[in-house]
Design a protein around this ligand. Structure first.
Ligand code: MG
Length: 285
């Protein structure tokens, strides 16, 4: 019996699992197609907030998978919603890619309170205006610089709330890991002396959104999941976010060795994943 047969649904991480940079992990697309055509429920989850869910869905569709945007949950969309909630009628300074700023703007698609409409206040503040922000949202991006660090630090000294998409230190890329959100967040936390609320994995917010997308959040399904009649596995390449988060959410966990974690690192870790496999394709062997 293949490992995949033990589960009805999967939360599948993207970077280091489905692809590394732009390169698909060998056999991953075929494995996903087999899982989905075999009737397994699949939701893709990523701490990478650089792109919209629709962009990831498009990339998966181009690779030959039937992936809908509603089936892609990113730390970006979850963080955008939480940042807008935290800001209330206030404003947000975003350290992150243009797509993340758009997600924050879109998260405010609910009607604005009248006072805010009247004042015509911007939600996402740019440049020096960010010093006045009520919320600072941090995410790694290639344009990160001292100016952004300075503006965030000054806003945080004025007691802005601090949110971040993750603490992932790196992003697996062909040719070596790149600095991730955790590296940028360390600079912001060091300068401000503050500790961020994390919106992505391993915290519960992203898992709640992902399980909802999987159809496991109705009362009946939740009960069924507790009784293990709906069996869901989190499949990811990073122990500190995917495996720890999956375990906290009460899910089975599968660590794949195609991304951030080597077999030696997995062996040394105090956290024990439920299963350790080479890659996604190994789920079906
Ligand atoms: Mg990953």
């Amino acid at each position: 019996m293949a490992l995949a047969d033990e589960f009805d649904g999967f939360l599948i991480d993207l970077d280091g699992v489905v692809w590394v940079g732009r390169e698909p992990v060998h056999g991953s697309i075929e494995a996903l197609r087999e899982l989905m055509e075999g009737g397994k429920e699949v939701v893709f989850v990523t701490n990478n907030p650089e792109r919209h869910p629709a962009t990831y869905a498009e990339r998966l569709r181009k690779a030959g998978l039937d992936a809908q945007p509603q089936r892609v949950v990113t730390a970006g969309t979850v963080a955008a919603r939480l940042a807008v909630e935290a800001a209330g009628e206030g404003s947000i300074f975003v350290i992150g890619a243009a797509a993340l700023k758009e997600m924050v703007e879109n998260a405010r698609a609910v009607p604005l309170p009248r006072t805010m409409r009247e004042r015509n206040r911007a939600l996402v503040l740019e440049g020096d205006a960010g010093r006045e922000a009520d919320v600072v949202l941090v995410s790694g991006h290639r344009g990160f610089d001292y100016e952004e660090l300075l503006i965030a630090t000054l806003a945080l000294q004025r007691d802005a709330a601090l949110l971040a998409t993750s603490r992932d230190p790196t992003l697996p890329m062909p040719g070596g890991a790149w600095p991730g959100t955790g590296a940028v967040l360390a600079a912001v936390e060091t300068a401000s002396g503050r500790t961020a609320t994390i919106c992505g994995k391993p915290e519960r917010h992203l898992f709640e959104a992902a399980l909802e997308a999987l159809g496991c959040r109705s009362a009946a399904n939740e009960k069924a999941r507790e009784q293990r009649s709906v069996r869901v596995a989190m499949v990811g390449d990073r122990i500190s976010s995917d495996i720890v988060g999956g375990q906290r959410a009460g899910l089975a966990t599968v660590l794949v060795l195609s991304g951030a974690t080597s077999r030696e690192e997995a062996g040394r870790s105090a956290v024990r994943p439920g299963h350790v496999v080479d890659d996604l394709a190994a789920l079906l062997r």
